[in-house]
Design a protein around this ligand. Structure first.
Ligand code: ADP
Ligand code: ADP
Length: 322
């Protein structure tokens, strides 16, 4: 349904985040090996030249250290490449896949906390809302079907979103797990998810449910600005971009709303209005909330107080990850 290359754009935050997490130990081993190599080489060079001055010894020591770092680094890399890859492969093959879900009303904080979980766990965040917005912007057949439904704040048909997720979780960056954001949205989607996970022996391992008082949501939604490529969320009051400047009316000047990382212009979603929010909240209450009862008996649901400030919410989220 979506082009392979484009899928990476549609994951919130970086879908390559898995790589640094896996490579981290490799770098540590290589670094440790270079330090050992450097010290050894420096000691050797100094010992070989007892008749030389202190300055000569230092030069020799530094040269030795540099050579040792290169040799040690290469040795460390070779050592870890040959010993770590099979371990990663075993991990991917035998350990339970982390199939996590972010659950909460529009504006509850899923898009804000998600990228932090991505950084922490090194698995991608899959936002059906971002994927559908990408399809609308690209004018694909799916986008054409979804555009008006989304603008009205209604749910897109199940077969479209189930198809998108089923394809996406086959990608290699989902091998050890993924974080669902905005999916499933009703019981039918939850059952379809269970069926697709069962095909690979997987199951939903955690549902993080953000509880936020409905009165807070309108201010959050109407003040939200987003980065199209990454899905990063900003807020004029609670999480302003560094570049934001206010006009004489106290409202942000659109041209100053830029993503902190890429510098790209931020945008406001057409459905982030008080009017569309009413409809979205009704859909959420009627169709999405029953999912919690469905997953509850499995003991995988963690409730998070999403009404606190962003840092406090993250502190609670991070302790719920273990
Ligand atoms: P969701 O993805 O659940 O729809 P977002 O994470 O995009 O919600 O958050 C909606 C808006 O509220 C964003 O503008 C975001 O910056 C802001 N926001 C998120 N969490 C908090 C919080 N704990 N306190 C205040 N504002 C928040
Ligand atoms: P939010 O969490 O802020 O409501 P999303 O970005 O998750 O918004 O979704 C935006 C819109 O995309 C929804 O209002 C709906 O029209 C559509 N959508 C996203 N995910 C789904 C889904 N799983 N099923 C049906 N429609 C969806």
């Amino acid at each position: 349904m979506f082009q392979r290359g484009a899928r990476f754009i549609f994951s919130r935050a970086s879908s390559t985040a898995a790589a640094p997490a896996k490579n981290c130990n490799k770098k540590l081993y290589a670094g440790a090996a270079s330090v050992v190599g450097a010290s050894g080489a420096a000691a050797y060079m100094t010992q070989q030249r007892p008749d030389k001055t202190l300055c000569d010894d230092l030069t020799a020591g530094l040269t030795g250290a540099a050579a040792g770092m290169i040799l040690g680094g290469l040795g460390g890399y070779y050592f870890t490449s040959s010993t770590l890859s099979p371990k990663v492969e075993k991990y991917e093959k035998y350990w339970p896949r982390k199939c996590m879900m972010l659950f909460g009303a529009p504006g509850a904080g899923k898009g804000t906390q998600g990228p932090r979980i991505v950084d922490e766990l090194g698995i991608p965040q899959l936002s059906t809302g971002d994927m559908l917005r990408g399809a609308v912007a690209a004018g694909t057949p799916t986008g054409k079907k979804a555009k008006d439904v989304m603008a009205r704040g209604e749910l897109v048909s199940d077969d479209i979103v189930v198809g998108i997720i089923e394809e996406r979780i086959k990608d290699p960056d989902c091998a050890t797990g993924f974080i669902l954001d905005g999916f499933p949205r009703n019981l039918e989607q939850a059952k379809a998810l269970d069926a697709m996970l069962a095909k690979t022996g997987d199951t939903v391992s955690k549902v993080l449910a953000f509880e936020v008082d409905a009165q807070l949501l309108e201010e959050r939604i109407c003040g939200r600005w987003m980065d199209k490529a990454s899905g990063r969320s900003y807020h004029v009051k609670f999480a302003p971009p560094k570049t934001m400047k206010l006009g004489p009316d106290g409202k942000p000047i659109a041209g100053t709303m830029k993503d902190d990382i890429s510098g790209d212009a931020l945008f406001q979603r057409p459905d982030d209005t008080a009017e569309a929010l009413k409809k979205r909240l009704k859909e959420y209450e009627d169709k999405t909330v029953p999912i919690l009862k469905y997953y509850g008996p499995r003991g995988v649901v963690k409730m998070i107080n999403g009404g606190q400030d962003i840092k406090k919410v993250w502190s609670d989220v991070s302790t719920s990850l273990v």
